[in-house]
Design a protein around this ligand. Structure first.
Ligand code: S3P
Length: 447
């Protein structure tokens, strides 16, 4: 499951203009939730456009190990027969989450209110990530945890049924923690409440309601209050997963920085809790137009046309952070080509993603000739004003897909090729990334 196989070094060749129409794979957050909720519904759900990346396949394997019947048809549609809320079975072996923090934290939430015990394991990156943020609220609900030192994986959780409903105020802006508590609340008698002082991606709320859970959202002086009534009965659904805005982001940046580029990315999810990168790039002067804005399966979607533009440095509004938290590595690359300084702060959560994305991007950009200053909560980057960066260095992707893809984009407009020590992690979220790069006119050398 995890990309523990051999590393895949790749060299990114400087590219001519990127031109074409592409479609990015399905949204990762929505794909995970589709499988989890369908696995808890009674009857057959169908999912079209599921992201078939390693992270989502880890979720599928785990839900199968806990009793769901999940199969991909030759038509590319996934069919899921669920076990019903409360019906998860004891897995017979440790659940291998590979590189996926979302699978891990959300599934820990599901197990927490079922009468089963599960052990979660993952790769070196995932095993270094903090789990205390879900252990704390789920312990209050009655689950019992045996984590590794520092609240990390491997971790065993013994669920409690019936669990105890809680009202929990999120200490960090995290959709994963919010979702873990809401998913635990599905099989918990009474009302489980989460208050988020800062709004994060709302796919769990939308999809839980879509599957028939009794869920309400209100604005209170303390923040967004989400209430879910257990023990829920979920009804099977047909889901169409929109394209992942986090994957689209790489092409928005790539076309913005490579002179002469003109790219349309079709079918991009435009949920306002996710599209902060479009706003940030527009503030920098990016030329992005939305074509055919529409609704697909309850999520706003549009085709995005992006053309090369002269970017300028900005102070990235801190309030955008939750809606573009996964896009900072790509934004740092855009900043490296802007005129003047870009200050991106207020994003301390980047320190605990698949890698420490502040430190790893700092090293990768500096090695390739970019000037910047590191802050505890972000980077200040002095851009080239549109010129190619020097490039020429080999960077370490540190088992982090978004580092590999961001530096691949940086290499498209460099004086010397940028080398990436391991591009295998790209398969976790965006298996077609290099094929799309090729389709747009870029080229890479595998070694
Ligand atoms: C996700 C939430 C975010 C994000 C991750 C996906 C989700 O994590 O970084 O890629 O699907 O809920 P946090 O909740 O840790 O911010």
């Amino acid at each position: 499951m995890a990309h523990t196989a051999s590393p895949q070094p790749v060299t990114i060749n400087p590219a001519p203009a990127l031109v074409g129409r592409i479609r990015v794979p399905g949204d990762k957050s929505i794909s995970h939730r589709s499988l989890m909720l369908a696995a808890l519904a009674v009857g057959e759900s169908r999912v079209e456009g599921l992201l078939e990346g390693e992270d989502v396949l880890a979720t599928a394997a785990a839900m199968r190990a806990m009793g769901a019947d999940i199969a991909r048809g030759a038509d590319g549609i996934w069919r899921i027969h669920g076990v019903g809320v409360g019906g998860l079975l004891q897995p017979q072996a440790a659940l291998d989450m590979g590189n996926s923090g979302t699978s891990t934290r959300l599934l820990i939430g599901l197990v927490a209110s079922h009468p089963i015990t599960a052990t979660f394991v993952g790769d070196a990156s995932l095993s270094a990530r903090p789990m205390q943020r879900v252990i704390a609220p789920l312990s209050l609900m009655g689950a019992d945890f045996t984590p590794s030192p520092g609240g990390r994986l491997p971790l065993m959780v013994r669920g409690l049924a019936p669990a105890v409903p809680i009202t929990y105020t999120l200490p960090v802006a995290s959709a994963q923690v919010k979702s873990a508590v809401l998913l635990a609340g599905l099989n918990t008698p009474g009302i489980t409440r989460v208050i988020e002082p800062v709004a994060t991606r709302d796919h769990s709320e939308r999809m839980l309601a879509g599957f028939g859970a009794v869920l309400s959202v209100e604005q209170t002086p303390e923040g967004r209050l989400i209430s879910i009534t257990g023990e829920a009965e979920l009804k099977p659904q047909s889901i169409v997963v929109p394209g992942d805005p986090s994957s689209a982001a790489f092409w928005l940046v790539a076309a913005s920085i490579v002179p002469g580029s003109d790219v349309v990315v079709e079918n991009v999810g435009m949920n306002p809790t996710r599209n902060g990168i479009v706003n940030a790039l527009r503030l920098m002067g990016a030329d992005i137009t939305e074509i055919d804005a529409r609704d697909v399966g309850g999520e706003p979607v549009a085709d995005l046309r992006v053309r090369h533009a002269a970017l300028k440095g900005i102070e990235v509004p801190r309030e955008l952070a939750p809606s573009m938290i996964d896009e900072y590595p790509a934004l740092f690359v855009a900043a490296a080509f802007a005129e003047g300084r870009t200050v991106a702060r207020g994003a301390d959560e980047l320190r605990v993603k698949e890698s420490d994305r502040i430190a790893v991007m700092k090293d990768a950009l500096i090695a390739n000739g970019v000037s910047l200053i590191e802050h505890e909560d972000g980077l200040s980057i002095d851009g080239t004003g549109g010129e190619a960066i020097p490039g020429g260095a080999r960077i370490a992707s540190k088992l982090d897909h978004r580092i590999a893809m961001s530096m691949a984009i940086a290499g498209l407009h460099a004086r010397a090729p940028v080398m990436i020590d391991d591009a295998a992690p790209v398969r976790t979220s965006f298996p077609t990334f290099f094929a799309l790069l090729d389709a747009l006119g870029g080229s890479v050398t595998w070694s």
